[in-house]
Design a binder for this molecule. Sequence first.
Ligand SMILES: [Zn+2]
Length: 272
Amino acid sequence: MPSFPAYRPRRLRRTDALRKLVRETWLNPSQLILPLFVRSGERLRQPVESMPGVHQTSVDEMLRDAEAAAEAGVGGVLLFGIPDHKDAVGSEAWNDGGAVQQAVRALKRELPELVTITDVCLCEYTDHGHCGVIRRETGDVDNDATLELLAREAVSHARAGADIVAPSDMMDGRIGAIREALEVAGHLNTRILAYSAKYASAFYGPFREAADSAPTFGDRRGYQMDPANVREALRECELDPKELQAEVDRLYTRWTELEEKRAETVNSTQPS
Ligand SMILES: [Zn+2]
């Protein structure tokens, strides 16, 4: 790029038409996602104090909000579930009759064009409010034991019809685990929207109130990132696609093994 005076960036800023012509970023309602907080019940609309205008609602009321969003051209909704019962492992998360699963089915029936995204995490569902199961010996969130539960939750959301599942937990290895579970269950078109670099931050405070997911002891610094680390955030962002690639490789290997086995069976006169 030649420099001044041959290159004068201001030339492209002279008129509104020129500025529009070279504008790099456009904001359109179709690019926006509306978070919705659902719980069981009927005609329920409970205000979230920390976010005026935001409510926890039952599925019927949620549909009204989603309809208004769709009419305004909003591209998608992101569902958070508040269960009636919480337990140590968050088992309501993969209940096919849970509030989120019911909400997804209602949305796909009434507003099929609206992209339906579900939050995948355990903190809304565990009685201790942490994003995974607690290892008794250490009091820590058990990373690997949590992966299977997150995968179960994601598959339940996909089974209800979610277009995208959005894991927000920050466990290591969850993208690969969720992708594998979705593939095995036949949900090939369900996409994953990962919170790849999520910080342990007060920024999420109002969301914790809305999703009723604040931890009852300790904090999330053992699994969510330290806000002081930018390079680590970039590394986290690189990890998720790598996990998917590893998963594709693993599935391909498994498929190849099955194919080989099939070929052996076909070529063999012995019963298999
Ligand atoms: Zn969480």
